[in-house]
Design a protein around this ligand. Structure first.
Ligand SMILES: [Zn+2]
Length: 285
């Protein structure tokens, strides 16, 4: 049984397995969030080329036309403009260190991977430009959603009012206990108490959709909080100027849904990955 996402998201069946799509993003960009049954969702330290080929094919390109990044939990941007002659290389190490990719090239899809971190996909409904970004707590404290919107505007001529954003499955405040280092990172990142309102809770926040994972402490621990990355992502996207009704959060916790989603917090080194992938549509004449 697939867990029920928030309204605005729907499950589709791809060749490789179930995938989540955002209905509001669909008219502007082919995209998906993959699940544990995909090859990428299996635990392995080995070469993931074939697993990424599966993701590429689901968006109608071959593996050589999938731009990725070597993700480093930062907020660096890679810009892939229409007509860039360069092609991505084979081994992961050949991709640039970055956690944000923006593109206006319909010949390529963009892909990022996550196992608890927030996968963020954005499309511009005026220019068709797209973005894929990855943000765990470090990336969120570094302002990845803000930087992603800024990159689309700065490099590809977007305006925030035209953007539609989808926040995919990631670990929720039902499961994600963090320590003082996380709160400090947000302080250092310039997010004051008001900005952080609703991101940190002293007790887990389970819901009908997302039960808390097993093994959480029964009583609150000093200097520990439960972090809501979805609220942090939404707040940053709104602060960047995207209208609130154009921001869509899937609301599914990776740690809560063992059958369907991949969680490092739950499974440790054995965790597979989910992908967020998106492809720019050809520009209308
Ligand atoms: Zn959870």
């Amino acid at each position: 049984m697939l867990p029920k996402p928030n309204g605005g998201f729907a499950w589709v069946q791809a060749t490789a397995g179930p995938a989540l799509v955002c209905r509001a993003l669909e008219p502007y960009a082919a995209h998906l969030f993959t699940t544990r049954p995909w090859a990428l969702g299996a635990p392995t330290d080995g070469n993931r080329t074939a697993a990424w080929d599966e993701v590429a094919r689901a968006l109608g390109v071959d593996g050589a036309h999938l731009w990725r990044a070597h993700q480093v939990h930062g907020a660096s941007v890679v810009v892939r403009r229409l007509g860039d002659a360069e092609r991505p290389g084979e081994p992961d190490e050949s991709f640039p260190d970055a956690d944000i990719i923006v593109s206006d090239d319909p010949a390529f899809a963009l892909g990022i991977q996550a196992a608890d971190c927030v996968p963020l996909l954005i499309a511009d409904r005026r220019t068709n430009a797209v973005a894929a970004a990855h943000a765990g707590w470090k990336g969120m404290a570094a302002g990845v959603p803000l930087v992603t919107v800024d990159a689309l505007c700065r490099h590809l001529g977007s305006q925030p009012a035209d953007l539609v954003a989808a926040v995919g499955p990631s670990v929720g405040a039902c499961c994600y206990e963090v320590g003082a280092d996380v709160l400090d990172a947000f302080r250092r990142g310039g997010f004051d108490g008001a900005a952080r309102q609703g991101w940190f809770f002293t007790v887990p926040q389970p819901s009908a959709k997302n039960a808390s994972m097993t093994g959480l402490p029964r009583t609150p621990r000093p200097d520990h909080w439960f972090f809501d990355g979805w609220a942090a992502a939404r707040r940053q996207l709104e602060a960047a100027g995207i209208p609130p009704d154009q921001i869509h959060v899937a609301g599914l916790c990776t740690a809560s849904h063992q059958e369907t989603l991949c969680s490092y917090r739950r499974d440790g080194r054995r965790a597979g990955r989910i992908a967020g992938a998106i492809r720019c549509a050809p520009r209308r004449a």
